[in-house]
Design a protein around this ligand. Structure first.
Ligand code: NDP
Length: 401
């Protein structure tokens, strides 16, 4: 029985709140806090049980610490934006409360994300006797746990890893992003980076692409090489991986719109003077694009996110594919959200459950692959994200080189 403070009332926040509220034995009291109180209240009104809500500016660690002192949670689940990670971690340190998030820290003025800023808190969290669990969404999150699971049960040595993130859904808009547009566009327009023989290699954004035939009737989709944060922590925690790549599907329509927006300067993150006022084009763009939280009703189709692993077991070479398929409309029926928010929010709830039930425990800052994957994998099957594992005869042709 534990109290939990959830920060962020966006697409992911809605799923986390619904899922935690459905498990009163684990999450005995819930407070949802975010920048806009009305959004918290709207989510609270969808539930069968009472939760409290609060307005908070989580950029201020003082405000967050004051709310923590008032509500007295055992854990803070941060599903606001990556910009708030450090301020919320500071508030947790000040008040001696555990912390969980789904995306690593990113400074507002540089489109760059890496774990160093948050890993830097390890000693301070350890000394305070509290824990931080980083990246407990789907990717990062479940993808890391899939790899820890494969490493524990199926391989003596993992050699290559390809993470494939496919959204085969359609939201019916000419252009929209499935999670926060600002964070999404910063990520997609960054250089493609991958890991090979202990080094990071870079390619221009979205230059490398292949066609991959996704399972269970989803079919062939174009996948694009991108940098994704889980590769940084996996390089540290799963020794000996020779090559790691991350691929994401995009429709031609999405890429055409993105190209135009980039070419006209709308994805810039430096301030521009407009009518005597400084505006950041990407933030303005976010304001005119559909709110990802509102896409649930119109989105149809499925997502398929998983890992293709090749390596050795008992001296034999093995090719293994583990994935989850999630249906946008089924998610909406259950929690009023599309599958991209759902696949992030459910693992955030399960990560919180792992901490509160002490299945995962430690003092310091941890990534999810550092803990036993088995209890988490079990809960995925129970709470709406069942997974499938298959052995392949060979590595798919498109991933050989
Ligand atoms: P949204 O933009 O829909 O929601 C973010 C919420 O945070 C909004 O309610 C927003 O308030 C609130 N917020 C923003 N700034 C502050 C602040 N200073 N103080 C308090 N609240 C604030 O984003 P998503 O729900 O789509 O994404 C949430 C997080 O999940 C992001 O960090 C994203 O990167 C991560 N994510 C992780 C994935 C994974 O698989 N690991 C996949 C997808 C997302 P307001 O409503 O007023 O704007």
């Amino acid at each position: 029985m534990s109290k939990v403070l959830i920060i962020g009332a966006g697409g992911v926040g809605r799923v986390v709140v619904h899922k935690c509220a459905s498990l009163p034995n684990v999450f005995s009291e819930i407070c949802l806090a975010s920048r806009t109180l009305e959004k918290c209240d709207a989510i609270a009104s969808e539930l069968d049980r009472e939760i409290s809500t609060a307005r908070i500016d989580a950029d201020s660690s003082k405000e967050t610490a004051a709310l923590i002192r008032d509500f007295k949670p055992s854990l803070v689940i941060n599903v606001a934006l990556p910009y708030q990670d450090l301020a919320i971690m500071d508030a947790c340190l000040e008040t001696g409360v555990d912390y969980l998030d789904t995306a690593n820290y990113e400074p507002k003025d540089v489109a760059k994300f890496e774990y160093s800023w948050q890993w830097d808190y390890h000693d301070r969290f350890k000394e305070a006797g509290i824990m931080a669990l980083l990246g407990s969404g789907f990717d990062p999150g479940v993808t890391n746990i899939f790899i820890a699971y494969a490493n524990k049960h199926h391989f003596d040595q993992i050699d290559t890893l390809d993470i494939l993130d496919c959204n085969a859904g359609d939201h019916g808009h000419p252009f929209a992003t499935n999670f926060n547009p600002e964070i999404n566009i910063r990520e997609v327009t960054a250089n493609g980076r991958y890991y090979q023989e202990g080094e990071w290699k870079e390619k221009p954004p979205l230059q490398v692409h292949r066609s991959f035939d996704f399972p269970e009737g989803i079919g062939p989709k174009e996948i694009y090489l991108m940098y994704h944060e889980e590769m940084e922590s996996l390089a540290k925690h799963i020794p000996g991986i020779r090559r790691m790549r991350f691929w994401m599907t995009f429709s031609e329509q999405y890429l055409t719109h993105l190209n135009v927006l980039e070419n006209v300067g709308m994805t810039r993150i430096d301030p521009v003077n407009y009518g005597g006022q400084e505006i950041i084009p990407l933030q303005f763009l976010k304001a005119v694009l559909p709110d990802p939280g509102s896409l649930g009703k119109s989105t149809k189709g499925r997502t398929c996110i998983g890992c293709i692993i090749d390596g050795q077991k008992d001296g034999e070479r093995k090719h293994y594919y583990i994935y989850n398929i999630c249906d946008h409309q089924k998610c909406f029926e259950e929690v009023n959200s599309q599958a991209v928010s759902y696949t992030t929010g459910v693992p955030a709830m399960i990560g919180a459950m792992m901490i509160l039930t002490e299945k995962w425990r430690g003092h310091g800052v941890f990534n999810v692959e550092q803990f036993d994957p088995d209890p988490f994998m079990e809960q995925l099957n129970i709470h709406g994200l069942p997974w499938t594992e298959t052995w392949l005869n060979d590595k798919p042709n498109c991933l050989v080189e």
